[in-house]
Structures are given as structure tokens and as C-alpha cells.
Design a protein around this ligand. Structure first.
Ligand SMILES: [Zn+2]
Ligand SMILES: [Zn+2]
Length: 427
């Protein structure tokens, strides 16, 4: 399949989920079918595929965690490429803290979408719209939208059975419009942040295996060059606590994108200097003395805490279909974080999920057994003796009979048919 990644250079490269949607459109199939037939088999290659093969609604395939990794592999294999990491934030694993970096739901600039479509260019959704602190479009000075103006659907997932690029996940309407409904005033910092995020992404967009400087090294370099090596001074200038700067500098935690953007704003260092060259122009940096609000992860932490409890309770109410890991991925945090924060709920969910998987496995076995028995009986009446491989293929398997229980079911069915045949002979 020949689907080009939109905008191959610059900071407006395409997000992987957008590319996947366009592939389905190119093949003129609903996204659900595309996922089932072409993506899922590649994601679950060599492992048993969940029976339902529903499109995962959790996890951000454009981010830097496991879901992104799996989708990159699958899409690379499907499109016969090797460079789709750059359609995600995977290259930033060492350089940016994953917490709250990626939006779990869609955001879009309606004017950008309108322009893509009206200039006959490929309609796509840029990766930068996935960065959660990017709230405005620097080209059109409008806020990114997160809610459909027609049906009001917010918190839109990347994928759905009939999802299309640039269209609402609720009503399916095209989201590109020339003039957004209302324009609230847009702060200089928000504009700066969006441009800086694009500058940063332009580093990883061009090449797949760019070696970005890791978070602690970058923080130390900035502290050294612009703040006399003092965490206190750097903290004061960037609205961070001295202790936070210390943790980021010694690599206890990777620093958030906020820190680097604030540093860039205050010192004039470019994203390329911070993450690629580490060579700064300290002389020419007669810089703004901005006043940043103290950066606290507290607000986000409270938001995350309530989201987490909600999601865990939802998962519990849903009979444990989702695992703790899946809930974690849905919020772009690690499973360990979930366990640390909500041990009681997590352990209840883990038990419930195990039971759910047990029931699923049992149901799957019973279904398989019924199919095998029906097929064997049909063969017997026609006097045919199929091979085990034929039986498995006929009953929905791939002929490899990889699991023990399949072998046992087939063996039992064959024995039963043989017994019946002997029974009729001796009569
Ligand atoms: Zn725009
Ligand atoms: Zn809608």
C-alpha cells in the first residue's frame, strides 16, 4: 500500500493514528475492518489474539508508551517501512517525562483542517496536536478544539469502527471550519509553547533514529550555562521548586516539556540547542524576565487521581474486561503508578480481570469444541477423515494448533467419531 506520511519534514508531521485512518480510507474499508484484518494480526503476531479483536479504545498510539511501540511495529510491517517511530513521541522517551505529555483525546485546529482540504493537500492530523500543553494553533491564533461543534461530543478517541481523519467520532461530521465559533484571548506564552513544541517535534520528525539528549543532561546543561549551576536560581527563573530542579538534574525524574519550553522562553535557547547540540549562545541572550506561575504537578495530579478512580471503577463495573495495564495506558501512566496510587481498586480489578479472562478462555474452548464436533460429524457422514490441521483451519484456527487444549479437543472428537464408526460396523 502506498500511503505517504503527510508533511514529511518540519514540526507538523503526521500522527500515527491519523496515518492509520488514512490507510483504511485508501483501501475504502471501514476502520474497524482495517484494524481487524491488517493491524491486529500484526500487533498480536505470535501471540493468541483476543477473540473479539475490538479496536482498543485505550492507550495512545501516538505517545511514548507500549501502545505506540506495538502500533509502530504493526504499521511499519503493513506499509513496508521502518521509520514510523517518528509519527509518535517514542524518540523522546529519554528526554521528556511521559506524565501528562500526551493528550489521551483528540484536539484539532478547525482552520488548519479547512486549509488542508481546500488547498487540495492531504488531510491529516499533526502529531503536535497530541501534546497536551499545546492549546493553540500558532498559525491561526485560535484555540485547539476538543469538542464537536455539531453534536457536542468531547473526549474523542483516536479510533472508532467508522472513524475518518478530521471527522467527529460522534456524528461523523467534518470538523474543518473557516471561522471557529468564539475566540478567547490567547496568551503569549501559549503561543510560544505551541511553536516551541513544533520546533521540538521537527527534530524527531525528520529522522527515525535521531539521538536526542536525555533529560538530566539537558537540564544540567541549561542550569550550568544560564543559571550559574544553581538549582535555586533556575527554579526561581522558571517557576519551579529548587527541589524539583534537583530531581530533574540528577535524573530522578525526567523533566516535563514545560520545563524546557520555559527555559527556552527565558533564555532564548532553541529546542535544537537543548536536545541536539548542547551548544548555547549565552552571550546573545539578553532575555525576557517572564513571570511564570509556579509549575506544580499538583493540579494535574489531583485531576489524574480523580480520573484514575473513575476509570478503575468503570472497569470494575464493566466486569473486568480491561486489565490494570489497560487502564494505565488509557491515562498514559505506567501500571506501577496505578498500583502505587490505588492499590485496593487495582487489586480488585486485577482479580476480576483474571476471572474475566478465565471465563473468556473457557467460552472460547467451548465454542471451538462445538465447531470441531460439528465438523467431525459432518465429515464422518460423508466418510471423510480430515487431518488435524484441516480441522483446526475449518474451525477458525490458523492450522498450527499451537495450544494444548486444541489438540486435546481434536483428539477427543476424532476418538468419538472412530468409536461411532466402529459401533456402526459391528452392528
Ligand atoms: Zn491552525
Ligand atoms: Zn459531532
Amino acid at each position: 500500500m502506498d500511503v505517504k506520511m503527510a508533511s514529511e519534514v518540519g514540526g507538523r508531521g503526521e500522527q500515527l493514528s491519523s496515518l492509520a485512518l488514512r490507510c483504511a480510507e485508501r483501501l475504502s474499508v471501514p476502520f474497524g475492518a482495517f484494524y481487524r484484518e491488517l493491524v491486529a494480526p500484526r500487533i498480536y503476531e505470535g501471540r493468541s489474539m483476543p477473540d473479539a479483536r475490538r479496536i482498543p479504545s485505550h492507550g495512545t498510539v501516538d505517545g511514548m508508551l507500549q501502545a505506540a511501540d506495538m502500533w509502530v511495529k504493526a504499521m511499519n510491517s503493513l506499509l513496508n517501512r521502518s521509520d514510523l517511530r517518528r509519527a509518535t513521541l517514542l524518540s523522546w522517551r529519554q528526554s521528556l517525562g511521559p506524565r501528562a505529555l500526551v493528550r489521551t483525546h483528540r484536539a484539532w485546529c478547525p482552520v488548519c483542517l479547512h486549509e488542508f482540504a481546500s488547498h487540495g493537500r492531504a488531510v491529516y492530523e499533526p502529531l503536535v496536536w497530541r501534546v497536551s500543553d499545546v492549546v493553540v494553533c500558532p498559525y491561526h491564533c485560535v484555540r485547539l478544539e476538543v469538542q464537536c461543534p455539531y453534536c457536542g461530543r468531547g473526549r474523542q478517541p483516536s479510533f472508532g469502527a467508522f472513524a475518518r481523519v478530521g471527522c467527529c467520532r460522534g456524528c461523523g461530521k467534518w470538523l474543518g471550519r473557516l471561522i471557529p465559533d468564539e475566540s478567547t484571548s490567547i496568551g503569549e506564552l501559549d503561543m510560544f509553547f505551541s511553536s516551541a513544541a513544533e520546533d521540538a517535534l521537527s527534530l524527531s520528525n525528520v529522522s527515525d533514529d535521531i539521538d536526542l539528549i536525555s533529560s538530566d543532561v539537558a537540564v544540567c546543561a541549561l542550569r550550568e550555562v544560564f543559571f550559574c549551576g544553581s538549582s535555586a536560581q533556575m527554579g526561581r527563573a522558571l517557576g519551579l521548586l529548587q527541589r524539583q530542579v534537583g530531581f530533574f538534574a540528577d535524573g530522578t525524574y525526567p523533566a516535563p516539556l514545560q520545563l524546557f519550553v520555559r527555559a527556552s522562553y527565558a533564555t532564548g535557547a532553541t529546542m535544537e540547542q537543548i536536545f541536539v547540540t548542547n551548544k548555547f549562545d549565552a552571550e546573545g541572550s539578553a532575555r525576557k524576565k517572564p513571570h511564570f506561575e509556579i509549575y506544580r504537578s499538583g493540579l494535574r495530579r489531583r485531576q489524574l487521581a480523580s480520573d484514575l478512580v473513575m476509570r478503575l471503577n468503570d472497569a470494575l463495573a464493566d466486569e473486568g474486561k480491561l486489565s490494570v495495564g489497560a487502564v494505565a495506558e488509557g491515562l498514559n501512566i505506567t501500571a506501577t503508578t496505578v498500583w502505587r496510587r490505588e492499590r485496593e481498586l487495582a487489586s480488585r480489578l486485577a482479580r476480576m480481570h483474571a476471572e474475566f479472562m478465565g471465563r473468556e478462555a473457557q467460552a472460547q474452548k467451548e465454542k471451538y469444541q462445538a465447531k470441531v464436533n460439528a465438523f467431525m460429524t459432518a465429515c464422518a457422514t460423508r466418510g471423510i477423515t480430515p487431518t488435524r490441521t484441516q480441522v483446526d483451519v475449518e474451525c477458525g484456527g490458523d492450522g498450527r494448533i499451537s495450544s494444548y487444549w486444541k489438540r486435546e479437543i481434536i483428539k477427543a472428537a476424532m476418538a468419538r467419531v472412530l468409536l461411532l464408526a466402529q459401533g456402526t460396523k459391528t452392528q
